[in-house]
Design a protein around this ligand. Sequence first.
Ligand SMILES: CC(C)(COP(=O)(O)OP(=O)(O)OC[C@H]1O[C@@H](n2cnc3c(N)ncnc32)[C@H](O)[C@@H]1OP(=O)(O)O)[C@@H](O)C(=O)NCCC(=O)NCCS
Length: 159
Amino acid sequence: MIRLRELNPDDVSEVRRIYSGPSLRYLGRGPMGVDEAAAYVAAATARPRLRYIFGIDVGGDLAGIIKLNTADSEARLSYILRHDTWGRGVATCAVTESLAFAFDALSVSTVRAKHRVENGASGRVLRKSGFTQTGTAGGFLYYMAVGCFREGSSPQASC
Ligand SMILES: CC(C)(COP(=O)(O)OP(=O)(O)OC[C@H]1O[C@@H](n2cnc3c(N)ncnc32)[C@H](O)[C@@H]1OP(=O)(O)O)[C@@H](O)C(=O)NCCC(=O)NCCS
């Protein structure tokens, strides 16, 4: 069972495991240290907040993190899954749930996302979740999803 949940201080070591190894290939950063992970978790739980940072929990295992930045009029979505959890539909479920949260709970009308051109798995996740590609620039593909996406397309996630 996949669910999105708040992070808590006990998650620091698991957050470090997520931000390591092959998961960093397209993110342009190095592994996360202890201090950075502690600050990351603290920021995720700070209030008031403009970014929603959720842990992706798979049967009690913190498999990844998904972020919804609502600082602008349009929300921006990003995510990372621990390498040993890839290929099981976890990201697609998490993205689909996050879109529902953005549209239904936050009343956001548009969510945008991007990935590096060579990151085919991320593009597949976005398209399966109801995103439409809008353009390419600077080595990235850009996508958007609008609030009525359920009526105009068919997200393929079954969570
Ligand atoms: C991208 C990422 C989130 C995918 O997570 P995941 O849980 O494995 O994704 P899912 O299992 O839901 O779906 C992956 C899909 O991509 C497909 N895929 C895998 N590798 C692919 C590739 N190189 N090219 C195209 N599609 C690919 C899979 O076949 C699957 O599609 P399918 O269900 O139609 O077969 C994960 O690889 C990750 O965390 N990567 C590092 C961080 C990252 O890139 N984040 C996004 C930055 S924008």
